[in-house]
Design a binder for this molecule. Structure first.
Ligand code: COA
Length: 389
């Protein structure tokens, strides 16, 4: 056992034109403390996940959390960054502070504001999470990078357009019940499978419905040492964590294997003393549908090249043997980079506490797995969560 989540907050994800990074941070920090019933003066440490990379002119943002309450002044506060896994990097940093005994209460915030930035610049900023000497000029931004991965996968294992469309349709269907999701539309398989004016090809075999959207949003949670958390109104334990960082250049590894994802899952499951089949559901990093497909294999759900089975045979649907992305995933929920990992922890904690929104709640959820990925399986974070009964 590492730390417990005792409170949380989540803004809707989407185009939040009236908000700023500062207003988003202040809102979720304030709401998470109130939700936990913790006064700001009792917080020992603050961790902010914020990718930025050009999205906001205001860099150096850790101290923005202090604006939520004057009592936060002079608390240790640090901003962490690990590309699209920035949010989980922040959560795991908070867990470490508690595990080391340096803190008893940690406030973790994740934020990103992307939609104020013009489209071309969005692509350029996101490409900063690739290895620039090899992929820095990829047309289509990060979609272009994952388009290349999808192409390579198709070449090796055959055309997977049906499976990708089924993953998109599943996650969009799930997203309808998530009040925080950016896109709450059940597009259906046929729309996701067909190229159309409303669903054009974006990069390689990836269409618009294969991509997560560009988003603003924030999420926050309050971590507490497990002992003290027992006396709280409700608590969800982070039973184990795993982090595996891989080489940045894709040329130094077999990119179709997402090896870092496998290592992170193995570490976390071993530490928790459980197997994949013990999990009630998983929130996984579907920045693009092909990522979810390869993650089925990397987490050990199917052998290599057979990820399609998991979606085609219904295993990962909300009523399947291992529901994956009951929140709608990044695909429907949105992907404000620094907020995503924190959001995954918040929404999983809600499920385990039995407080998920109606329609999204997995019945009798007992154990959750989270996989949050930065870059192309470069930063790999897994958390295993369970409720305190
Ligand atoms: N999935 C489904 N629908 C989407 C969408 C997505 N990813 N992105 C936008 N839409 C919808 C919009 O809601 C809008 O619908 P409407 O016409 O009914 O209002 C329509 O498509 C057009 O929106 P627009 O914003 O003009 O689309 P776009 O073509 O400029 O952007 C993408 C689409 C896929 C290029 C953009 O979402 C993108 O770049 N995504 C990837 C982001 C990324 O790389 N993140 C990092 C991952 S590692």
């Amino acid at each position: 056992m590492t730390a417990s989540i005792v409170g949380w907050a989540h803004t809707p994800f989407g185009k939040l034109g009236a908000e700023t990074v500062e207003s988003l941070v202040v809102k979720v920090a304030t709401d998470a403390l109130a939700d936990a019933g913790i006064s700001a003066g009792d917080v020992d440490e603050i961790v902010l996940g914020h990718f930025n990379a050009g999205f906001s002119a205001q860099d150096f943002t850790a101290s923005l959390v202090l604006q939520a309450d004057p009592e936060l002044r002079f608390k240790p506060a640090t901003r962490v960054e690990n590309a699209c896994a920035t949010g989980s990097a922040a959560v795991h940093q908070g867990v470490r502070a508690i595990a080391s005994g340096a803190a008893k209460i940690v406030l973790v915030v994740g934020v990103e504001q992307m939609t104020h930035t013009p489209g071309l610049e969005v692509g350029r900023n996101l490409l900063r999470a690739s290895y620039l000497p090899e992929d820095g000029d990829t047309p289509g931004g990060f979609a272009g990078v994952f388009g290349k991965i999808a192409q390579a996968y198709f070449q090796k294992y055959g055309d997977q357009s049906d499976a990708l469309a089924m993953i998109a349709a599943k996650n969009h269907k799930n997203g309808v019940a998530n009040p925080y999701a950016q896109i709450r539309r059940d597009f259906g398989y046929d729309f996701c499978r067909s190229e159309s004016e409303k669903n054009p090809f974006v990069a390689g075999p990836l269409k618009r419905t294969d991509c997560s959207p560009v988003s603003d949003g924030a999420a926050a949670l309050v971590l507490m040492d497990v002992e003290t958390a027992r006396s709280m109104r409700r608590a969800v334990n982070i039973r184990a964590t795993g982090h595996a960082q891989d080489f940045l250049p894709m040329s130094k590894r077999n990119i179709l294997d997402f090896e870092g994802c496998t290592v992170a899952w193995q570490r976390a499951l071993a530490k928790a003393g459980v197997t994949l089949s013990d999990l009630s559901f998983v929130e996984t990093h579907d920045c693009f549908t092909v990522a979810e497909l390869i993650e089925y294999e990397a987490m050990g759900l199917t052998p290599k090249g057979q990820g399609a089975r998991a979606i085609k045979e219904g295993w990962t649907r909300k009523d399947g043997k291992l529901p994956i992305n009951p929140s709608g995933g990044l695909k429907a929920k949105g992907h404000p980079i620094g907020a995503t990992g924190v959001s995954m922890h918040v929404l999983s904690a809600m499920q385990l506490a039995g407080e998920a929104p109606e329609g999204m709640q997995i019945r009798d959820a007992r154990l959750a797995g989270i996989f949050n990925m930065g870059g192309t399986a470069v930063a790999n974070y897994v958390s295993i969560l369970e409720p305190v009964r």
